[in-house]
Design a protein around this ligand. Structure first.
Ligand SMILES: [Zn+2]
Length: 83
């Protein structure tokens, strides 16, 4: 299925219920890539950590173009995984 729409697609699949999930927390985002001209799976990259929030950048899995960004408020416990 190919999604073609200039509007940002952001499909977040929350973690699957069932398992207790310390490591089950999984977010997959599909964002529109202007270079590929389709919605592509995005790689989340932590850009900046601020005292009250974190800034994430999303990169196209195929070509590496930045397809979006996200600011996450640090209200709850923060988990940062650096590969
Ligand atoms: Zn791309």
């Amino acid at each position: 299925m190919i999604i073609q729409n200039p509007i940002l697609y952001n499909i977040v699949m929350q973690q699957r219920a069932g398992k207790r999930g310390d490591f089950e927390s999984f977010k997959a985002s599909v964002l529109f890539c202007p270079k590929c001209r389709i919605a592509t799976p995005a790689r989340e990259k932590l850009l900046l950590i601020l005292p009250d929030s974190s800034l994430y950048d999303y990169l196209c899995t195929y070509c590496g173009t930045s397809t979006g960004s996200r600011t996450e408020k640090a209200l709850k416990d923060i988990r940062i995984y650096i590969p």
